[in-house]
Design a protein. Structure first.
Ligand SMILES: [Zn+2]
Ligand SMILES: [Zn+2]
Length: 350
C-alpha cells in the first residue's frame, strides 16, 4: 500500500449535505443527501461555496466519456473552504480557501506520472467523471489536488478559473510566444473572455476574434489590442496583414470554424486547441509545411498550475464574468450554460 492510501484515524466527523446527482446516462439531475466522512488520512473535506458549470459537465449527463462512474455528482470547477482535514494532511488547515479542477488525483504509476506529468495520467481522477464533483454542499478530495484561492477573489469569480481559466492560462504560458509577439484568441465565450485577459496581461499583442462587429468594444475592455470579426470574408487576411499570429488559442468548439485560422499563423506559428470537438480538423499539409506551422492541444493543469493561475488573476485584476444560481436550481443553471445564452460562465452556489 502506498502512503496515500492509509486510512484516516477514527476521530473524523460525519457531515450530511445536499448534492445534485445524475443516476444514469441520460438521467436528470436529482437531489439527494450524502454523508461526508474522511476515510483517507491525506484527504480534506471541503465546504463548497461555488461550482462553475463547464461544457464538459455534459459528459456526466450523456455518459460519453471513458471511465465515467454512476451515480455521479457533476462539476469540476469547485471552490470552498476546508471543513476538516485527515490525520496526515500537512499543507492545509481548516478554514483555508481552496479549489479543485479537472485534475483530482493520479495513479503515480503510469508513464506520464513517472515523468511527473500528472495531468496526463492514464488513470486521471476527475470530479464529475470518475469521482463526485461540486454540485453539492460538501466534497472530499486529496490535499494534493487542492489549490489555494487568494482572498482577493470572490468564490463565484474563482470557480471558473479552476477549468476555463487554468486551461487558457496554462496553454498560453506554455505556447512559446514572447512578450510583444502577436497572440490571437479565437472565441469570446467562457474560455475566450479569460484567454484575452490573460494574453493581454502576459504582455502579448493581443488579437480577439469573434463573430460580429458588436463585440469589438467588449474585446477592447478585456485588453485586446486588435479585434477581428470572424464573419467577414477578409477575417483571416486581416490577421495576416498584421503579421499573423505567433500563437492562436482556439477556444471555440467547432473544428470547421477553427480550420481556416491555421492560415493566419505566422512563420513557426502555433495553433493551440482547447475547445473540444469530436469532428476532425481539415488542414492542408501545405499550410503547415511552408510556414513550419504546428497545431497542438492543451489539457488543463494540476493544482499548482491552478494556484499560479488564481494568483495571476488576483494580481492583475483578471475576472471571470459569471451568472450565479443557488444549488437548488442546478438543473436550470446547467441548462442555461448549455443553451449558449449565458454569455460567459454559470456558477452554482450551495
Ligand atoms: Zn471544464
Ligand atoms: Zn498515472
Amino acid at each position: 500500500m502506498t502512503q496515500a492510501s492509509k486510512t484516516a484515524s477514527v476521530e473524523q466527523s460525519t457531515k450530511a449535505g445536499r448534492a445534485a446527482v445524475v443516476e444514469k446516462p441520460g438521467g436528470p439531475l436529482q437531489f439527494t443527501s450524502r454523508d461526508y466522512r474522511i476515510t483517507n488520512s491525506r484527504d480534506v473535506r471541503i465546504k463548497i461555496k461555488a461550482c462553475g458549470i463547464c461544457h464538459s459537465d455534459s459528459f456526466a449527463f450523456t455518459g460519453h466519456f471513458p471511465g465515467l462512474k454512476y451515480p455521479i455528482i457533476p462539476g469540476h470547477e469547485i471552490v470552498g473552504t476546508v471543513d476538516e482535514v485527515g490525520s496526515e494532511v500537512r499543507r492545509l488547515s481548516v478554514g483555508d480557501r481552496v479549489g479543485v479542477g479537472w485534475h483530482a488525483g493520479h495513479c503515480h504509476e503510469c508513464g506520464a506520472c513517472r515523468s511527473g506529468d500528472f495531468i496526463a495520467c492514464d488513470k486521471l481522477q476527475t470530479p464529475g467523471i470518475t469521482r463526485d464533483g461540486g454540485y453539492a454542499e460538501y466534497g472530499i478530495f486529496p490535499e494534493e489536488v487542492c489549490a489555494i484561492v487568494p482572498e482577493k477573489l470572490e468564490f463565484s469569480e474563482a470557480a471558473p478559473l479552476l477549468c476555463a481559466g487554468i486551461t487558457t492560462y496554462n496553454a498560453l504560458r506554455h505556447a512559446g510566444a514572447l512578450p510583444g509577439d502577436t497572440v490571437a484568441v479565437l472565441g469570446l465565450g467562457g474560455l475566450g473572455h479569460l484567454g484575452v485577459q490573460f494574453a493581454a496581461k502576459m504582455g502579448y499583442r493581443t488579437v480577439a476574434i469573434a463573430r460580429g462587429s458588436d463585440k469589438a468594444e467588449f474585446a477592447g475592455q478585456l485588453g485586446a489590442h486588435v479585434y477581428i470579426d470572424s464573419q467577414k470574408s477578409t477575417a483571416v487576411d486581416e490577421l495576416n496583414k498584421i503579421g499573423g499570429a505567433k500563437v492562436l488559442l482556439s477556444t471555440i468548439t467547432s473544428a470547421d470554424a477553427m480550420t481556416p485560422w491555421v492560415e493566419a499563423l505566422s512563420l513557426n506559428g502555433k495553433m493551440v486547441v482547447v475547445g473540444a470537438d469530436v469532428q476532425p480538423l481539415r488542414i492542408s499539409p501545405i499550410a503547415l509545411i511552408s510556414r513550419r506551422r504546428t497545431v497542438t492541444g492543451w489539457p488543463s493543469g494540476t493544482a499548482k498550475d491552478s494556484e499560479d493561475c488564481l494568483n495571476f488573476a488576483a494580481r492583475h485584476g483578471i475576472r471571470a464574468m459569471v451568472e450565479t444560481y443557488p444549488l437548488a436550481k442546478a438543473e436550470d443553471a446547467y441548462n442555461r450554460m448549455m443553451s449558449g445564452k449565458a454569455r460567459f460562465r454559470v456558477v452554482v452556489e450551495p
